[in-house]
Design a protein. Structure first.
Length: 317
């Protein structure tokens, strides 16, 4: 039986570590069982169980486990591993880079780690990744074969992520200054960004200086920007607790089985698909440009909100 297990381990060379661990546990069991005669020959306990009864029980247990193992071996041999490969899939991730070179990894790996492996400069300038055509955070964990492109500020998508993060910095600064403000939406747009707010009191362009000052402070704090996800009901509860009616409206229109993503930087949390920069300290130059009114969701039937426009750059021109 030991030999059969060893063959199984060889066959499972492309399976996950879990398969090997299972086989190892079984090997330990049979090593123990083969010493059963010695254990059975020990003096009987005070419970009155005889040597023969002890030995018989161990033999029966050993026979049952051997039968289970034989059935497992038959499954593997009979279906070419198909039954077990579903859950014991190989963990060798093959990542195809933009220049079509391929890298293989034995374990899941973050986009940022691959960038660092390519070069220190690329890791320093990386903004996000593009996995199979979809933009993801640098902390995104690659767990299967994929194509990967490391995005920097030289790419249009990189500047879009950069400015989207700046819109969150704007919202955080506004929340710090105006405690009763409600958040609507804040996307990146061509050459900049905006955020829509529901202010309890009027705000004008004269307020830009103090808002920009708070934004720069948030950048200096270099707050980590972290993504997390919640199921539908928990997402609703979070935004309800934070008294954000516009976010609640957005979430309530999603399917009830949705998993909803948020981003957190310090005390600030926002409903967002992402991706974002890894920290607020990555944003260097900020300028608020204009302020206007905007109906919620573009409909004059809804409340008029205050839209603040701005832009941001890696360095001063």
């Amino acid at each position: 039986m030991k030999e059969e297990l060893k063959k199984l381990i060889e066959k499972a060379g492309t399976l996950k570590l879990l398969a090997v661990v299972i086989c190892g546990v079984l090997l330990l069991f049979f090593s123990y069982s083969e010493n059963a005669d010695e254990k059975a020959a020990a003096p009987a306990s005070s419970s009155g169980v005889t040597d023969e009864e002890t030995k018989g029980t161990l033999e029966e247990y050993k026979a049952e486990r051997e039968e289970e193992l034989k059935q497992l071996l038959q499954r593997v041999d009979g279906v070419g591993h198909a039954d077990v490969m579903i859950t014991l899939k190989a963990s060798n991730e093959k990542v195809t880079l933009k220049d079509n070179t391929q890298k293989k990894y034995d374990n899941p790996i973050k986009v940022s780690e691959i960038a660092a492996e390519i070069s220190e400069g690329l890791a320093r300038n990386a903004v996000c990744g593009k996995v199979d055509g979809n933009l993801v955070d640098l902390n995104y964990l690659i767990e299967s074969d994929c194509s990967l492109e490391i995005i920097t500020l030289k790419d249009s998508e990189g500047m879009e992520v950069y400015r989207h993060t700046t819109s969150h910095i704007l919202a955080q600064a506004v929340k710090r200054i105006y405690k009763d403000v409600k958040l609507a939406i804040g996307p990146a747009i061509e050459n900049g960004f905006y955020y829509d707010f529901d202010f309890a009191q009027p705000v004008t362009q004269d307020d830009f200086e103090k808002i920009e000052r708070e934004m720069k402070k948030i950048c200096e704090e270099n707050l980590p920007i972290e993504r997390f996800e919640l199921p539908f009901n928990e997402a609703l509860a979070l935004m309800n607790d934070r008294d954000e009616p516009y976010k609640l409206e957005i979430i309530s229109e999603l399917p009830p089985d949705s998993i909803i993503s948020f981003y957190k930087q310090g005390e600030y949390i926002d409903l967002c698909r992402g991706p974002h920069l890894s920290s607020t300290g990555k944003v260097k130059v900020i300028k608020l440009t204009s302020i206007t009114g905007a109906y919620w969701r573009g409909s004059e039937k809804n409340k008029m909100l205050t839209r603040i426009y701005g832009t941001s750059f890696e360095k001063k021109s």
